[in-house]
Structure formats: C-alpha cells, structure tokens
Design a binder for this molecule. Structure first.
Ligand code: GDP
Ligand code: IMO
Ligand code: MG
Length: 427
C-alpha cells in the first residue's frame, strides 16, 4: 500500500486542504511534514467551512489518523485552540499524534519575526508573523526547543536560557525590545505538557510500521514549490522544504517508499507577501480574479496577488517534485472570460526562456509570453464529469495538462467536497 505526497505547485493556497480532505476518507494517515501555523487551509464539507492552520486536513476525516511530524514547527497555544475549536463543532481530534522531534515556537520567536520584518522595511518578506522563520533558524543553529524537551524541565530551562542569551541582546540592542524572562517562557511551555504528553510519539517509527502493515499514508505539504527555501523564489520564501523531498526529511519516510507525488495547481496563479510574480495582474483583471476567487488569505486575511496560469512554473514543479498527478483547482473562477491568457514561456532582455531562469535577477525581469484560449460563460459549478464541461473549458484543461508535464487527475469546480471531477483515480 502506498505513501503519497501532496504538495502545492505554485505559491500556496492552491486548494491543498480540499484535495487532502478528498483523499482523507481513503487513507489511514494524513501527515503534515513541514511549516506550521503559517498555513491556512479552508475545507468545505456539505456547506460547513473549516479553516485549519496547524492541524493536518485529514483531521476532518473520521477513521484517518492525523500526524504532526518532525518537520513541523508547533505553536502549542494555536494547537490547542484549534483542537478545541474543532471539538466544539463535533470533530473528533483524539487520534492526533505529534512527533517528539518536532520543534516548538517559543513566544520570543513570534516577537522576533515581527520586529525583523519591521526592521527590513522595503526589503521585508511579508511573512505571516507566526515565528516560523526564527524557529527554523533556531533548528539549524541547534538552539531550538523540541517537543520532547518539554518532558524534562531542567533540559527545557537550559535550552530556553541558551536560546535567549543571544536573542535577549538582539531584541534589546537592535530592536529596543525587552525579551521575555526565561521563567515566563518555560512556564508557558510547561503549561501545555499534561495535554500534550498523551499525543506524543516516535512518528517516524509509527509511520514505518503503518506502511509495513499495508496502510496508506498521505504526506500533506504546507506552502508550496515556489515558497520552498531551496527551490523557491529565495529570499521570498518560507523557511522549510515544501517540495516533495521535504516530505521525506520532514517525516522520516524514505524516498523509496513514496509511490505518488500529487501537485495541487490553481487554474490561475496567486501569491501572498512580497517577491517576483511574472504573470501578476495589477489592473482590474487582477481585481476580478481576486473577487471571483475570494482570494484573501485564510491566515492573515491579506488580499492575494492574482495573475494568469504560468506553465513554466507548473513544469518546474513537475521537475522538482517528480509530480505524477496534478489536481487542478478553481476552474469555476475563470467562467465568464472571453479569452484566457496562459504564460507558456518568459522573455528576459529579449531572450526566450522555456524553463525557470537560473538567476533570481532574471526571474525578476521575466515578462510572460502568452498563448490565448477561448473562454466559456456557462456555470460549471454543478459539473461532475469532464463531459459536463463546456468544450472550451475542456480544451483549456487539456492545453494546461500538455504544458505542465504530468496528467491532470482531478478538476475542482467549487469549494465543496462534492464539486470535483475525477479524471483518473488518484488512489
Ligand atoms: P491551501 O492553503 O492550498 O489549502 O488553500 P486555501 O484553503 O488557502 O485556499 C484555497 C481556497 O479555494 C479555499 O477557500 C477553498 O475552499 C477554495 N477552493 C478549493 N478548491 C476550489 C475550487 O475548485 N473552486 C473554488 N471556487 N474554490 C475552491
Ligand atoms: P498554505 O499552506 C501562501 C508566505 C508568506 C510570506 C512567505 C514567508 O496555506 O498554502 P512565513 O510566515 O512562512 O515565514 O512567510 O511565505 N506563506 C504563504 N503563502 N500560503 C501559505 O500557506 C503560506 N505560508 C507562508 O505570505 O510571503
Ligand atoms: Mg492556504
């Protein structure tokens, strides 16, 4: 039985939550392997809307075990608020398992995230301000606090003291902010221990055993390919590996156990925060896409930047992730356009690029080369098979599929679980 990876192909918010939820009923484990509560996944089930940040979207599928794996950074306050919110709505969260090796986000890293962004001014990244970057930096600097550290107060105190020694100086001398006291940080973290302890496990071992027993494991990525710290539009990225490789390091499942890599891709493109975006529309077309697609961040409420589908990016996602299947989302949002442009290549200083340019400078200067497709006006939100779609919508899908380098297995025509056309079985 397989391990499947599901990741975003663009700059996030492709509809990964809905896609995971769709598979949730058919898999035994859904594993979040990277990121933290910078993610925002909206899942609509029978008219009920759920917004998830830290919990894997599989939590909404009864029978499925949700896992927060070692690659995730956890804000414990957010974890329990989210659990309580779901429980209050009748969702059973008792199966949740949390890795002993996952890092926690101490409050000082949230402060640092925010003051650093302010300090950067025009060079800011536009982060979600959740302390994600500083916490991954601590992990790499080997001064992070892990879930298991909370089980030994002496060790926890030593780690917090160690981390704060330098940070307190930076906060005070660079940002004119008083750092929180070691005691206060330790106390806050310890206040979660009793609730956390029963959820904590060696998730790498748990998942290896599950695969040996023939269970199906879905590894759900937060963020997306172009926000990946290695393969994205650095420095305008998040601080984790959101590509399929990150699924292995972030969960302890080795590459040779992965059977499928599913990439979720929107029928157009959006981006939140700063950084280059070749097909961005700064005119009323962009405003129309934002309004029709409801393109406002699930996490921060920020308006998302909008633009046309970029096939160069989709091909890049196929290459970097080893995509075996694409899930195309939000096709319904494109209803009503006379013509739909699709970026098939870039032009940089008069030179055509069919692949992502090697340098960030070139990508910043890339202008899209568009091909134009005829639109459709019929409402497609009730379509349930490919044949239900207007001819031009079918042609648009097939054209994107050909340009993007892997088969399109499903198409979304609305936010609800039911509003999906399955072109080939994903599982
Ligand atoms: P994620 O971060 O990748 O999980 O995506 P988000 O949840 O942040 O953003 C995707 C938004 O699009 C959510 O509000 C979804 O409910 C919605 N959505 C997902 N698929 C479709 C679709 O096919 N059509 C429409 N209209 N909305 C969709
Ligand atoms: P989901 O999982 C869209 C963006 C932020 C910012 C950059 C770095 O819902 O697709 P961070 O707080 O991670 O240090 O911010 O990454 N970003 C996202 N954009 N969707 C997300 O998650 C994002 N998570 C982070 O806007 O530009
Ligand atoms: Mg999102």
């Amino acid at each position: 039985m397989p391990a499947l990876v599901l990741i975003g192909a663009q700059w996030g918010d492709e509809g990964k939550g809905k896609a995971t939820d769709q598979l949730g009923g058919r898999v035994d484990y859904v594993v979040k392997f990277n990121g933290g509560n910078n993610a925002g996944h909206t899942v609509v089930i029978g008219g009920e809307t759920y917004a998830l940040h830290l919990l894997p979207s599989g939590i909404l599928s009864p029978g499925c075990t949700p896992v927060i794996a070692n690659g995730v950074v956890i804000d414990l306050g957010v974890l329990f608020t989210e659990i309580d919110g779901l429980e209050a709505r009748g969702i059973d969260t008792s199966k949740l398992v949390v890795s002993a090796n996952a890092h926690v986000i101490p409050s000082y890293n949230q402060v640092l995230d925010k003051v650093t962004e302010r300090f950067l001014g025009s060079r800011r990244i536009g982060t979600t301000g959740r302390g994600i970057g500083p916490t991954y930096a601590d992990k790499m600097n080997r001064v992070g606090v892990r879930v298991q550290d909370l089980f030994d107060e002496k060790i926890l105190r030593a780690k917090v003291e160690g981390a704060l020694e330098l940070k307190a100086q930076v906060l005070l001398k660079v940002y004119n902010r008083k750092a929180p006291a070691v005691d206060a940080v330790v106390e806050e973290l310890l206040s979660y221990v009793d609730r956390l302890r029963p959820m904590v496990a060696d998730t790498g071992l748990l998942l290896a055993n599950a695969l040996d027993e023939g269970r199906t494991v879905l590894l759900e990525g937060g963020q997306a390919t172009l926000l990946d710290v290695d393969h994205g539009t650095y420095p305008f990225v998040t601080s984790s590996n959101a590509t399929s490789g990150g699924a292995c390091t972030g969960s302890g499942i080795p590459p040779n156990r992965i059977d499928k890599v599913i990439a979720v891709v929107k029928a157009y493109t959006t981006r939140v925060g700063e950084g280059p975006f070749p097909t961005e529309l700064l005119d009323e077309s962009g405003e129309k896409l934002r309004a029709d697609g409801g393109e406002y961040g699930t996490t921060t409420g920020r308006p998302r930047r909008c633009g046309w589908y970029d096939a160069v990016i989709a091909r890049y996602a196929t290459r970097v992730n080893g995509v075996t299947d694409f899930v195309l989302t939000k096709l319904d949002v494109l209803t009503g356009w006379e013509q739909i442009p699709v970026c098939v290549a870039y032009e940089v200083d008069g030179v055509r690029y069919d692949e992502m340019p090697m340098t960030q400078t070139a990508f910043h200067h890339a202008t899209p080369v568009y091909e134009y497709f005829d639109g459709w006006t019929e409402d497609i939100t009730t379509a349930r098979t490919f044949e239900d779609l207007p001819k031009n919508a079918q042609l648009y899908i097939r054209a994107l599929e050909e340009m993007s380098g892997a088969p399109f297995s499903s198409v979304g025509v609305g936010p609800d679980r039911e509003q999906t056309l399955e072109l080939r079985p994903l599982l």
